[in-house]
Design a binder for this molecule. Structure first.
Ligand SMILES: Nc1ncnc2c1ncn2[C@@H]1O[C@H](COP(=O)(O)OP(=O)(O)O)[C@@H](O)[C@H]1O
Ligand SMILES: [Mg+2]
Length: 393
């Protein structure tokens, strides 16, 4: 990593004096895509710096509105399970705009991929409880996250889960929103059917998928296309009907870019057309069989989160009141006792082992076709595909 300017003068746009930060490119720190680890020289506190992406088209127009939205949403929120933005740092170049965040040692995608962590029943409960408490808070404040997935869930060394990456988040509004949100594996059926009026229930669907994945260590619904995704949902949960989802037939359908016909409509500049969802006539819900050995309460909570009809889908607050969290044994593990692998991602910075190919850089480097240093198990092929898809979307 080349050493650029090692002593930039950072300005805080909130006007507060900003701790002197190491330049993210000039330190033996790790970088995760656009997120860098930096240290505050004064108190040695480690912070995360997320570079605000400025696309060429935005150059000359100041900080893009999407970035301002992410920053302002995060600045307005404060909850233990939502990543805390401490400040915004601006360097000398327009590209040098960073969100300064509290640092979390891990994200769940990394833990599942690299550490191949297998969480116990009480640990899954603990993680899900924290995720739902974070979502409950967001939804109470009318924020829909719209991109809940493993790599956007951070875990601190003390086992605290933090919802991160508010790049897709929006304030709830009665106005139409784009349905093309949420990585396809975690995407709610109403979004797959191109609904433009949707609610925070889309995040709960994603949470249901997360729960299944935490239990089995494999993605619950790994579809490659929207059409396949819907088919996988039906295969797992049974066919939706007018009875269980009365408003389904009012939705446009799955937007299929794969087929192009003369009557195609153009959505977001891409041509394709709406096709009816492959609903089939499967009566059975296979969730219990997929999650063999899980308790009735576990299956119940996942089913409540993976309810087709968004109006009937459980809310975060109600989910937290389920017996699964409140009474069923074992109780949720205490966060500080949850297994964490604080250094896996950051192996390269420990003692600044020069030349050693750190997991962190490499794993994220994977997106650009970088190498791997870990000994992956048999399921890695699936995992790798999983993450690539997740990222591609
Ligand atoms: N506060 C943080 N502390 C530590 N790592 C972080 C933090 N925020 C993000 N990361 C890491 O950087 C990755 C990308 O950050 P994210 O905010 O999700 O940006 P993107 O929009 O590129 O997905 C995350 O998956 C996580 O591994
Ligand atoms: Mg992300």
């Amino acid at each position: 990593m080349e050493n650029q300017d090692s002593t930039p003068r950072w300005l805080s746009i909130t006007g507060k004096p900003l701790p002197r930060l190491d330049h993210p490119n000039g330190m033996p720190g790790a970088s995760y895509g656009v997120v860098h680890r930096a240290q505050d020289h004064k108190n040695n506190k480690v912070v995360a710096l997320k570079q605000v992406r400025i696309f060429d088209s935005d150059r000359g127009n100041g900080i893009p509105i999407t970035a301002l939205r992410e920053i302002s949403i995060l600045k307005s929120l404060r909850h233990n399970n939502v990543v805390n933005v401490l400040d915004v740092a601006v360097g000398t170049e327009l590209d040098d705009v960073y969100m300064v965040m509290e640092y979390a040692e891990q994200d769940l995608a990394n833990l599942l991929d690299h550490a191949r962590v297998k969480y116990s029943e009480s640990e899954v409960k603990c993680l899900m409880k924290q995720l739902l408490e974070g979502l409950e808070y967001l939804h109470k404040h009318d924020i829909i996250h719209r991109d809940i997935k493993m790599s956007n869930l951070l875990l601190t060394a003390k086992g605290v889960l933090k919802i991160a990456d508010f790049g897709m988040a929006r304030e709830y509004s009665a106005r139409p929103l784009t349905p093309g949100v949420v990585t396809v594996w975690y995407r709610a059926p109403e979004l797959l059917l191109s609904a433009t009026r949707y609610t925070s229930a889309v995040d709960i669907w994603s949470a249901g998928c997360i729960m299944g994945e935490l239990i089995t260590q494999l993605p619950l619904l790994p579809g490659e296309t929207e059409l396949e995704q819907f088919a996988l949902i039906v295969k797992l949960l049974g066919s939706p009907s007018d009875k269980i989802w009365p408003k389904m037939r009012l939705l446009p359908g799955i937007y299929d870019r794969g087929r192009i016909a003369p009557d195609d409509v153009s959505v977001g500049g891409a041509r394709g057309r709406y096709v009816p969802p492959p609903v089939g006539a499967q009566r059975e819900n296979m969730l219990e069989r997929r999650l063999v050995g899980q308790t009735k309460e576990t299956i119940r909570v996942i089913n409540e989160m993976l309810t087709f009809d968004p109006e009937r889908r459980i809310t975060a607050s109600d989910a937290l009141r389920e017996r699964y969290f409140t009474r069923e044994m074992p109780p949720p593990q205490r966060p500080e006792l949850i297994q964490t692998f604080p250094e896996i991602r950051n192996e390269s910075d420990i003692g600044a082992r020069k030349g050693a190919e750190g997991a962190g850089g490499k794993r994220k480097g994977k997106e650009q076709g970088g190498g791997y240093v870990f000994d992956f198990g048999d399921d890695f092929g699936v995992r790798k595909k999983h993450r690539q898809l997740e990222r591609r979307d």
